[in-house]
Design a protein around this ligand. Sequence first.
Ligand SMILES: Cc1cc2nc3c(=O)[nH]c(=O)nc-3n(C[C@H](O)[C@H](O)[C@H](O)COP(=O)(O)O)c2cc1C
Length: 214
Amino acid sequence: MKKEIKIRPFWYSDIWLWPKLITIITTLDKKGTVNAGPYSHIMQYDVMTKNPSLLVGFRQDSHSFVNICDTGEFVVNCPSAENLDDMMETAKFYPEGVNELEFTKFTQIPSLKVAPPSLKECPQIAECTVSEIIRLKKSTGIVIGKIEALVVDEELTMKMLMNVPPPLRKMVIGNTEEEAAEKGQEKVTAKLFTDLAREVGMDTELMDRFRSGG
Ligand SMILES: Cc1cc2nc3c(=O)[nH]c(=O)nc-3n(C[C@H](O)[C@H](O)[C@H](O)COP(=O)(O)O)c2cc1C
C-alpha cells in the first residue's frame, strides 16, 4: 500500500530517506571558530579530473552557508553508520560561534589544503574551495565547490588496489609509495593513486586485458 505523506520542514532529513548521502560539513567562521553540520543535498558536479566539483545546497541562514560565503572554504566529511548519534548532534541549532563538534566524539584533524578541519573518524573526505555561489530566490543557496583534495582511509585505498590484477599489485604498491615519497606525502592518498595510474596509462581496458590473460 502506498500513501501520500505531508511535506513538513526538513522533510528531506526525516521523511525522504532514500537515496541519501549524509555528510558533515566543517567550516570556519570569520573569527576562526569551527562549525559543523550534516548535509545531504550534495552531488558530484563536474566528474572530469580537470575541475572535480561538488554541488551542495544550504539553507541560506545556516552557519555553514554564511561561513562558506565569508571564507570560501569547506570540508565534506563522510561519516559511517557508527557515527550516527554524533552526526545528529551536529544538526542541533546551536548559537553562532559554537563548535558543535565539542559535543561529539569526533576528532578534528588538520586538513591538507584548506583551513577548516577534517574529521578523523570519517573514512572519506573532500576538501573544497568555492568556485561559485548561487542564491536561489527564497530558497536554497547552492555552493559549487572545487575539490582541492580527496582524502580517504588507507583501507579504502586498499579496496581500490583490489581492482588491479593480482600479479601487478606488488609493483603498483611500490610505485605508488615511491611517488608519495617523491612528492613529500606521508600517506598514499586515493588521489595520488589514481593520478599515477592515469599518468602511466593504467586504464580499465589495459587492466582487463591482464585479467582475461589475453
Ligand atoms: C541527515 C540530515 C541532512 C541534512 N541535510 C541538509 C541539507 O542538505 N541542506 C540543509 O540546508 N540542511 C540540511 N540539514 C539541516 C542542517 O544540518 C541543520 O539545519 C543544521 O542545524 C545546520 O547547521 P549550521 O547552521 O551549523 O550549518 C540536514 C540535517 C540532517 C539531520
